[in-house]
Design a protein around this ligand. Structure first.
Ligand SMILES: *Cc1c(COP(=O)(O)O)cnc(C)c1O
Length: 391
């Protein structure tokens, strides 16, 4: 289906942050597959875990539990506010589960009138009809109507708009602590704190979509821990499996009781293969030294990018983001041209992401070295020199 516009080069193998295409050309990968391969491509410890589990037990279906999924659930609940976990295969499914749980909880506890979902403009929560409708980008829902009703969108980081929108008929407020796809926009701490307060006041459930911001990406295991604002439901996916598909919805005992046997489910969710890999990822990332290094690498990369913005004021205007999820905002003269910058970087052997047409997004693996940060800066400068050289 023509749903994507892939780069012309075709990657064939990779290791850590190094990647090679069909012609043997080398690239430094500062995308980690959209913040997924956080421990690097073909991470040896994960290959070992995958291989071992592949020779032991792959899949059972939900008539049976399994040891890896129980260990993973225990580790995730020990590492977070949550008491319970539901496993699925993607971020969209984790959010779908979160929204369904919030609806059912509100209907059970307060009645059917409490069904409105409040979400933010420019947010991204996945591509199922419910999650894409909750997401705040109209271009992704156009043509798919009729959309699920009772969903309102408010401007991100706007406290007054939140106060006006979150009333007694709201069952869920869903927010990315750091907006990823919407332009790498960090949440304002006060904003997230007010959302918590409004949810407490109205009985709405606060859902943090940490599909992109979670699993160490911001320098905390989950971004909420850095903010000190605790949600009622947290969703994770992307880096949770380092490329092996898995999603998770984490919540409290009280909320979990809303879903009884048969009310929600999935065939693959939490199968032993996915769960064993995710457990290894979690054990690796959730170490003080690992997370401290993410913060250190972040400081170094931000410093490089800030100098770059100063040196190329026609191309870039600002750096923003959190941890190793960073956006470089495109300046007026290059408005709408983030894709051109991305292609120019690729020509020099550097893979980067975009977040919309006006933000270049960098999301290297969390194991990125100082030398790789230096090299990315060098390649990006070569690309910018090419792009800005007089015709
Ligand atoms: C990527 C992403 C999703 C969707 O995840 P999929 O695995 O593609 O379904 C949802 N929310 C956020 C914040 C994301 O970045």
């Amino acid at each position: 289906m023509p749903t994507y516009a892939p780069a012309a080069m075709v990657p064939v193998r990779a290791s850590g942050l190094d990647l090679w295409d069909q012609n043997g050309k080398h690239y430094l990968d500062f995308t980690s597959g959209i913040a997924v391969a956080s421990l690097g491509h073909c991470n040896p410890a994960l290959v070992e875990t995958l291989t071992q589990q592949a020779n032991t037990l792959w899949h059972l279906g939900n008539g049976y539990t399994n040891e890896p999924v129980l260990r993973l659930a225990l580790a995730l609940t020990e590492a977070t506010f949550a008491d319970r976990a539901f496993f699925c295969n993607s971020g969209a499914e984790a959010n779908e589960a979160a929204l369904k749980l919030a609806r059912k909880h509100a209907h059970t506890k307060f009645g059917a009138h409490k069904s409105r979902v409040v979400s933010c403009l420019n947010s991204f929560h996945g591509r199922t009809l419910f999650t894409v409708s909750v997401g705040g980008q109209a271009k992704y829902t156009e043509g798919f109507e009729p959309l699920p009703p009772s969903i309102d969108h408010i401007p991100y980081n706007d406290i007054e708009a939140a106060r006006a929108a979150i009333g007694d008929d709201v069952c869920a407020v869903i927010v990315e602590p750091v907006q990823g796809e919407g332009g790498v926009m960090p949440g304002n701490p006060e904003y997230l704190r007010v959302l918590r307060e409004l949810c407490d006041k109205t009985g709405a459930v606060l859902i943090f979509d940490e599909v992109q911001s979670g699993m160490g990406r911001t320098g905390a295991l989950f971004a909420y821990q850095g903010y000190g604002v605790t949600p009622d439901i947290l969703t994770a996916a992307k880096a949770l499996g380092n490329g092996y598909p898995i999603g998770a919805m984490l919540t409290t005992n009280e909320l979990a009781q809303t879903l009884s046997v048969g009310t929600h489910g999935t065939t693959y969710g939490g199968n032993p293969l996915a769960a064993s890999i995710a457990l290894k990822v979690l054990e690796t990332i959730n170490q003080p030294a690992f997370l401290a290094r993410v913060k250190e690498a972040s400081v170094k990369l931000i410093a490089k990018l800030e100098t770059l913005v100063k040196d190329y004021p026609n191309v870039f205007s600002a750096v923003r983001g959190s941890g190793l999820l960073l956006g470089v905002v495109v300046a007026e003269a290059f408005k709408g041209r983030s894709k051109d910058i991305q292609r120019a970087a690729e020509a020099q052997g550097l893979m980067v992401l975009i977040a919309g047409t006006d933000v270049l997004r960098l999301a290297p693996a969390l194991i990125v070295s100082d030398a790789q940060i230096e090299e990315a800066d060098r390649l990006l400068r070569l690309a910018l020199n090419e792009l800005t050289k007089p015709a």
